[in-house]
Design a protein around this ligand. Structure first.
Ligand SMILES: [Zn+2]
Length: 281
């Protein structure tokens, strides 16, 4: 696609967004420019580590150790990540009233950092930790302190970051790893407050996302292949309500057949342009 075609596609998208309350649905593609890796390639195929399965995490101490050891060394990559121009443009569009709801599949907290309000986080937030036994919560930063205090020998290990804060780590490090216990009940089932594979979206979050479809006249999908059913079902719901679905996405999506328009451009270039055109200061 040459530059004229790219601009023409963006202009079409802009016309369809003007004046309509927009529901923005974002996925990993909006955070790749912030250094958070994408789960899937442009064909929607998963890459990287096998995902942590919810049931395995809940039932296996070994799985929890593996997760937290990797998460400890991968955390530097998460805390260093900053919102990019796409997050910032979306926050501007929300402040100006064009975007009425932001629903995200991401767990990185970058929308809030960029200034978006009332973000509906379908898959939770990596910056919170919850005890599965007593429901106590702590910040991920406090968990990191506990992890590093319990594992001083791992502190200087740096590892390749995966999308859910997971990382690649050699088996020999896992053998030395000590899992911090819950500060409230001393249980060993502290879990990041994110939805692992095999678990469902929290009921109140799913309801909030469905309500967001009712407030919007159009949905803009940004950087998501929509392979997760929790986001795909929102597309089905918009479609059922007769509302158009638009997308800024580099690759294939599960909802391609439902899309009125798809712009194949990096969102960190497209969204700031749209925000400027729509007069979002
Ligand atoms: Zn506890």
């Amino acid at each position: 696609m040459d530059q004229t075609q790219a601009l023409e596609a963006l202009s079409m998208l802009c016309r369809r967004l003007a004046g309509a309350p927009v529901l923005a649905l974002t996925g990993a593609g909006i955070s790749t420019a912030s250094g958070i890796p994408d789960y899937r390639d442009t064909e929607g195929v998963r890459r990287g580590n096998a995902p942590m399965m919810h049931q395995e995490f809940v039932s296996s101490l070994q799985a929890r150790k593996r997760y937290w050891a990797r998460a400890m060394v991968g955390w530097h990559g998460v805390v260093q990540a900053r919102p990019n121009p796409a997050h910032e443009a979306l926050a501007r569009l929300q402040a100006a009233g064009h975007v009425v709801s932001v629903v995200t599949q991401n767990v990185d907290g970058l929308h809030e950092q960029a200034g978006s309000r009332d973000v509906i986080e379908l898959h939770g937030n990596l910056h919170r930790v919850v005890c599965l036994d007593c429901a106590a919560t702590l910040t991920r930063a406090a968990m990191q302190t506990a992890l590093e205090e319990a594992n001083p020998s791992l502190q200087d290990v740096r590892a390749v970051l995966a999308p859910d804060g997971d990382a690649q780590l050699a088996a020999r490090f896992l053998e030395q790893f000590t899992l911090p216990l819950c500060p409230a009940c001393s249980g060993d089932r502290l879990k990041p407050d994110v939805v692992f594979f095999g678990d469902g979206v929290a009921t109140h979050t799913a309801r909030a996302a469905l309500e967001a479809t009712e407030r919007a006249a159009v949905m803009l999908v940004i950087g998501s292949s929509l392979m997760a059913y929790s986001s795909y079902r929102l597309c089905l719901e918009m479609s059922r309500q007769g509302k158009p679905l638009l997308a800024i996405n580099m690759g294939r999506t599960r909802a391609d057949a439902l899309l009125a328009l798809k712009v194949r451009q990096p969102c960190e270039g497209a969204l700031p342009w749209l925000a400027d055109q729509l007069g979002a200061a």
